[in-house]
Design a binder for this molecule. Structure first.
Ligand code: GCO
Ligand code: MN
Ligand code: MN
Length: 388
């Protein structure tokens, strides 16, 4: 079936750290060998992805010499060129090195905060060199276990200072980056500052270059906080702030699982894909997930193909939803109302306020409206489970 074949226009991307994840977890060592960036670019291209993303140290080891960095970047660029893959997004690893054990931009130690700025500027240079236009900030270590040790208001101020500074850096270098802030409630820290996408949407408006900054919501992270991801993304999209998205899956509020997209949360992810496809999201569809630890390299590519396949299945189901006569007529019935009440906009004028006050709205009558949501939801389930 042609609709299941990923194409460049679908804008599917993966991180070097996602398909490159060797299966390490807090209790166990890697279960498979690392895959080189060049091999990842080749295989992703064969599978139909259009992009690859990376943290500075996914590509260039933190202790590489300048000559080593040159060689790695040259070979990587050659592979991008050979296999027709782009780098839509780049980011900084501000969490692995022990220097960041108590935060990066929000460390109490100004030397660590300066090191985080230095490392990010260098990583922005690297991303710009391979054409990245989106720059993600995931503050994995920006949090606390012991609130006595750090003033949470200071932490927020330091984070703002860093972002204002880095926006200026991008502008001064002419990089054209748009920043995408990624929230997560906890893990690896006990509590991470800005625990949800909603928290970031509020914070962004306090930045000097708010227009350059948006969000990068991740399915699993919002679900760790018990939130409805479809609603989270709708708010970001409606605000013009959905700059990037991390697609994966998760079995409810627990540790971050980064499962294959569409492997668990079928209904919510269907509405997510429907939203992205119908409301004009034009950015990459990035999969921030990894294969089960029990897989070998072949299983990693099964995993990557599965993420894209599931997205395309949801996309096709969204098309069928739009064309399904029973669903559409039920929706028409649900939305039907007396048109005279929606004719005038709800825009404040003194006259409009008076007119609304005088309206004859019978609450008993309003409560009688039939809302056949059981029927509607079952039609959606039938559609998703393939019996219609
Ligand atoms: C995680 C995060 C990361 C970030 C990545 C890019 O929970 O580990 O989702 O994978 O997305 O660091 O910023
Ligand atoms: Mn995650
Ligand atoms: Mn992520």
């Amino acid at each position: 079936m042609d609709y299941l074949q990923p194409k460049k226009e679908d804008k599917f991307s993966f991180g070097l750290w996602t398909v490159g994840n060797p299966g390490r977890d807090p209790f166990g060592e890697p279960t498979r060998l690392p895959i080189s960036p060049v091999q990842i670019v080749k295989r992703l291209s064969e599978l139909g992805a259009y992009g690859v993303n990376f943290h500075d140290n996914d590509l260039v080891p933190i202790d590489a010499t300048a000559a080593e960095q040159d060689k790695i970047v040259r070979e990587f660029k050659q592979a991008l060129n050979d296999y027709g893959i782009v780098v839509p997004m780049a980011t900084t690893n501000l969490f692995s090195d022990p220097a960041f054990k108590d935060g990066a931009f929000t460390s109490n130690d100004p030397r660590v905060r300066l090191y985080a700025l230095q490392k990010t500027m260098r990583a922005m240079d690297l991303g710009a060199e391979v054409g990245a236009k989106i720059y993600v900030f995931w503050g994995g270590r920006e949090g606390a276990e012991v609130d006595a040790a750090k003033d949470a208001c200071d932490a927020i101020k330091w984070f703002r200072e860093a972002l204002d500074f880095l926006c200026e850096y991008s502008l001064s270098q002419g990089y054209g980056y748009r920043f995408a802030l990624e929230a997560k409630p906890n893990e690896p820290r006990g509590d991470i500052y800005f625990p949800s996408t909603g928290a970031y949407l509020g914070f962004i408006e306090t930045l000097e270059h708010a227009d350059m900054v948006g969000v990068n919501p991740e399915v699993g992270h919002e679900q760790m906080a018990g939130l409805n991801f479809y609603h989270v993304v709708a708010q970001a999209l409606e605000a013009g702030k959905l700059f990037h998205i991390d697609l994966n899956d998760q079995k409810g509020p627990r540790f971050d699982q980064d499962l294959r997209f569409g492997s668990e949360g079928i209904k919510n992810l269907f509405f997510l894909v429907k939203l992205l496809e119908e409301k004009g999201y034009e950015g990459p569809r990035h999969f921030d997930a990894h294969a089960y630890r029990s897989e070998d390299e072949e299983g990693v590519w099964d995993f990557a193909a599965g993420c894209m396949r599931n997205y395309l299945i949801f996309k096709e189901k969204a098309r069928r939803f739009r064309e399904d006569k029973d669903i559409q007529s039920l929706l028409a019935e649900i939305h039907a109302t007396d048109p005279s009440f929606s004719a005038e906009p709800i825009k404040f004028t003194k006259e409009r306020a008076q007119q609304i006050k005088n309206l004859n709205l019978d609450r008993i009558e309003l409560a009688k409206k039939k809302l056949p949501y059981e029927k509607l939801d079952q039609l959606v389930i039938d559609l998703l489970l393939g019996v219609r």
